[in-house]
Design a protein around this ligand. Sequence first.
Ligand SMILES: [Zn+2]
Length: 309
Amino acid sequence: MTVRLFRSKKATLYDYGPDHPESPDRVYAIEDQLLSSGLDFSCEHQDAEPASIKHLLLAHSFEHVDGLMTKSSVLQPDETVWIDDDTGMTKDTFEAALLSAGAGVNAVDWVMAGNNRHGFCLTRPPGHHATKDQAMGFCFFNNVAVAGYYALSHYNLSRVAIVDFDVHHGNGTEDIVSGDERILFCSSFQHPLYPHTDIERTASNVLKVPLDAGTTGNDFRQKVAFWFDELATFAPELVLVSAGFDGHSEDPMAHMRLVESDYYWITQKIAQLAYNSSNGRVVSMLEGGYDNSALSRSVVSHLKALMAY
Ligand SMILES: [Zn+2]
């Protein structure tokens, strides 16, 4: 299976300092593991282009997009504006956010141009906490939602699946897609944990799986297994993934006990679903993962599973 990495030239150009977990070292660690594993040589590569305003408005309000653009336009080169306690924006952050969202659009274009294509967007900032109107939780634009709505509109698709296995709930994605029956959104997350959203089902197209602290890989597999029955019935024409690896047992941001083989397992399930229903088309986008060694090893497992199927 062909796997193409969509890279962002700005992904390592903003840094909030040594105490902030969303660090350029995350990307450096992944790049290092890609080289040492040999995956860098077996994957194809493409530089991401920035998302256009038109693409961003598929998932966000005009006020949100315009507000961030205005904030960015008055920033001095070394200045950071804090949108909340965790989410700071520099000029480079804003340009990186456009590239993170654009990577998803580029990846959708690439997978839709053939069969059995798997794209992975190796970008930062992540996206799944960004709501229609609000940047939060290190996220500015909801990359996976922009990609989903771009696929639906530009390729005239009817059904897109989004699978989010980040340890935090994809509240932004839920905010944007809830009630839209063209998208089936499956999200597992530790509960209680940031962003502390309601775990009750809000719409029939949202399948939430709250997980206790200490959840093991076997528990995780059992609890999300039903997704794949629902997804098979839904029969998506494209499968998108919010790939966060902060549920790893070594991650400092949460308390789950997943390991690399669990990420391999769920990625295989996703690839199998795509093979059966969407001509093998998968676009996966990096979300969280804050222990750099565990993150980079987990990304290798994710990509190996994408490559194998
Ligand atoms: Zn996360």
